[in-house]
Design a protein around this ligand. Structure first.
Ligand code: NAD
Ligand code: ZN
Length: 247
């Protein structure tokens, strides 16, 4: 089974999705923070890091919900081929999904890398420096290059290895479950087409219609946490108690 998740799986963890009114992602103009502008303008890098300093603690401190735990449970039960997430919040890994089977196709906000030499930078340490006003625009101590949160920005090319893995899994799976994605952001939105064409069944768990609903064998229209708890119980994979937060 392949699982594809989007921002809607994390709204119950307090992280707004793309379009929620007033959501963090609606308070800036993505056209002004494209990858090209990040690379070419110091001012854009400053704005980008200002926004990242605002959003990072929210993502870092969020806790996974029942839907993230359900996905981890599917893996523990030996039923998961691959988990592809469009999210940058790290919540699947926090919920117990393994690094080996998780593909963060849009990267992660919890990491930072130098876009010039590829060096990894400690995101938490950068955050403290930014918050204390000691740094406004981080630069790489190894090469003097530009450091960026390890997410894929508008206009930035998709990571090759991760994208290839996601598409290979879509071609190999027998079942694709999509959870909390509007399925309008490409290339991830074409994974259902690839999977169905290769003979897999598609199940979409979302609280509104998506453009891929016609391809689906089943639509579960509701909140991700409750829907996934119900689906797992139905499949005999969990009694529900396992999906409650650990006290
Ligand atoms: P999207 O915001 O386009 O779509 C989310 C979908 O989930 C919507 O159809 C919405 O109605 C639905 N939804 C919201 N809450 C739900 C819930 N509790 N239960 C069921 N459905 C729910 O998200 P997308 O398809 O992932 O595309 C947006 C892009 O923005 C992605 O590239 C993603 O990387 C990025 N993003 C990530 C985060 C995150 O990391 N948590 C948050 C916002 C945006
Ligand atoms: Zn560097």
């Amino acid at each position: 089974m392949l699982v594809l998740t989007g921002a809607g799986i994390s709204t119950e963890s307090g992280i707004p999705d793309f379009r929620s009114p007033g959501g963090l992602w609606t308070r800036y103009d993505p056209r002004k923070l494209t990858f090209d502008l990040f690379c070419s303008r110091l001012e854009t890098r400053r704005d980008y890091w200002r926004l990242a300093t605002e959003t990072y603690p929210i993502l870092r401190d969020a806790e996974p919900n029942a839907a993230h735990r359900a996905v981890a449970e599917i893996e523990r039960a030996g039923k998961l081929l691959c988990l592809v997430t469009q999210n940058v919040d790290g919540l699947h890994l926090k919920a117990g999904s393994s690094r080996e089977r998780t593909v963060e196709i849009h990267g992660s906000s919890l990491r930072a890398t130098c876009i010039d030499c590829g060096a990894e930078h400690d995101r938490e340490q950068l955050h403290r420096l930014l918050l204390a006003g000691k740094v406004e625009v981080p630069s790489c101590e190894l090469c003097g290059g530009r450091v960026k949160p390890a997410t894929i920005s508008f206009g930035q090319s998709m990571p090759e290895k991760e994208t290839a893995r996601a598409f290979a899994a879509a071609g190999d799976c027998d079942l694709l479950i999509v959870i909390g994605s509007s399925l309008v952001v490409y290339p991830a939105a074409s994974l259902p087409d690839v999977a169905v064409k290769a003979g897999a069944s598609l199940v979409i768990v979302n609280n509104e219609a998506t453009p891929k609903d016609d391809l689906a064998a089943a639509l579960v229209r509701g909140a991700a946490g409750e829907s996934m708890t119900m689906l797992l119980r139905g499949a005999g994979l969990a009694d529900g108690a396992q999906l409650s937060p650990r006290s």
